[in-house]
Design a binder for this molecule. Structure first.
Ligand SMILES: NC(=O)c1ccc[n+]([C@@H]2O[C@H](COP(=O)([O-])OP(=O)(O)OC[C@H]3O[C@@H](n4cnc5c(N)ncnc54)[C@H](O)[C@@H]3O)[C@@H](O)[C@H]2O)c1
Length: 388
């Protein structure tokens, strides 16, 4: 019986090797290559098709350890006897070149605050615009390699190209995904294992909003919001945690982060917005439950609950943004202009303004740097929602 794609040696060995090369902060970047490697190659015998995954990884680990013990260095590339070849490196450039790894085994990674995400592999769903784009830009600026995962592949690709041009190297890649479709999410994670060997930070950000009275909202709209904002987080965590668990199998210290972008509407109800608010509350329930389970795989699971991103497309889009909609439907009493609607929402915030991606980035970096917290929902609401 042939293995499913995510169970094949080329999908499980790279995350395991990330675990074996863990430097106390992250593992190496491991990239599939189709040109002959320039540096030294270790061939890993993968054994029979029907052997267990445990046996496959144990044997691969022994061969890798024997190499590093003998050479006191990492190979430039690993060739699996099944055919796939992967370059190893501290970052995507070095791994793609497969000319030699610039870090030696046993060398510890930097734990300095300025290096919290440096050379870590991150993935942001819904990364093509809005908060997602802000986090992609923020993570890339902090030195992470970022997958921009979105249904909007054109937007994700354009953003990746911009960032790579700005940085003068490949620091972001676009990947197409529909988070409500399990086979699409599985395919995304297969791509991740082939491009970087695995990932350290997963941000479940893709979300949609359809407001409406409980008396009138269609079941179809309710299900649409629930499938993206709630079910999508489950599907993504299911498949991401499997890859992260393989890294942890390679090193029992390996730590990774799953972070859900919930909302202030996940902390208190939202009038005529029940589908969204319910999904965002539910996201926090999943966060707490997944955190309890995945702690044994070295995975922290937290949620961030931003306030209204008034400068983002959801609110400010000149045609279908919420400011325009609320002005047209008279939702804000006495409002005559878009600026009146905006002021109405700003006045609800003790700190007097909307939430920005910079505010969210600070919470994100805190989640990752803080090793002594999991299962939390962190408000970033300018004081609009206070925990009790
Ligand atoms: N905008 C706000 O005021 C606000 C406030 C609090 C929380 N949030 C949350 O932040 C997240 C991002 O919100 P935003 O306002 O930046 O959104 P946005 O509408 O600007 O962007 C959402 C992105 O997600 C992508 N997307 C939608 N459905 C998808 C799917 N099924 N699979 C993959 N990608 C998909 C879209 O293509 C888009 O690029 C959401 O989870 C949202 O609920 C937003």
């Amino acid at each position: 019986m042939s293995r499913e794609p995510m169970e094949r040696p080329e999908a499980v060995i790279p995350p395991y090797l990330r675990g074996l090369t863990y430097d106390g902060v992250k593992g190496l970047c491991i990239t599939r290559i189709d040109t002959p490697p320039a540096g030294e190659v270790l061939t890993i015998e993968c054994g029979e098709e029907d052997q267990s995954q445990e046996q496959l990884l144990e044997d691969a680990g022994k061969q890798f350890h024997a190499y590093t013990h003998k050479h006191q260095s990492y190979p430039a590339a690993v060739r699996l006897s099944t055919g796939a070849v992967f370059g190893l490196g501290v970052d995507y450039q070095e791994a793609s070149a497969a000319a030699g790894c610039s870090i030696l085994p046993q060398v510890k990674g930097s734990t300095s605050r300025s290096d919290v995400v440096r050379n870590k592999i991150a993935l942001v769903t819904g990364g093509a615009q809005g908060f997602g784009e802000g986090m992609v830009r923020g993570l890339a600026a902090e030195g992470a390699f970022v997958f921009i995962a979105d249904m909007n592949l054109t937007g994700a690709t354009a953003l990746a190209e911009t960032l790579n041009a700005e940085n003068g190297r490949t620091t972001a890649l676009a990947v197409e995904v529909n988070v409500t479709d399990e086979s699409s999410v599985e395919k995304m994670l297969y791509e991740v294992t082939q491009l970087t060997g695995g990932l350290d930070i997963f941000i479940s950000n893709a979300g949609v909003l359809r407001a409406g009275s409980v008396k009138e909202m269609t079941l179809r709209d309710f299900n649409f919001v629930t499938s993206v904002d709630y079910v999508g987080f489950f599907i993504c965590t299911k498949h991401t945690s499997r890859v992260m668990a393989l890294q942890h199998q390679g090193s029992s210290d390996y730590r990774a982060d799953i972070i859900a972008i919930s909302s202030k509407s996940g902390l208190e109800g939202s009038n005529k917005n029940g589908a969204y608010s319910g999904a965002k509350f539910g996201t926090i329930g999943l966060t707490q439950s997944f955190a309890l389970e995945l702690v044994t795989d070295g995975i922290k699971v937290n949620a961030i609950c931003p306030g209204n991103f008034l400068d983002g497309p959801l609110w400010s889009d000149p045609e279908k943004g919420l400011f325009v909609q609320y002005l047209q439907t008279g939702k804000v009493p006495g409002a005559e202009t878009l600026a009146d609607v905006r002021r109405f929402y700003e006045a609800k915030v003790p700190l007097g303004r909307g939430c920005t991606t910079d505010d969210v980035m600070k919470a994100l970096l805190y989640c990752i740097e803080q090793h002594y917290e999991t299962g939390q929902a962190i408000p970033v609401t300018g004081g609009q929602v206070m925990l009790n």
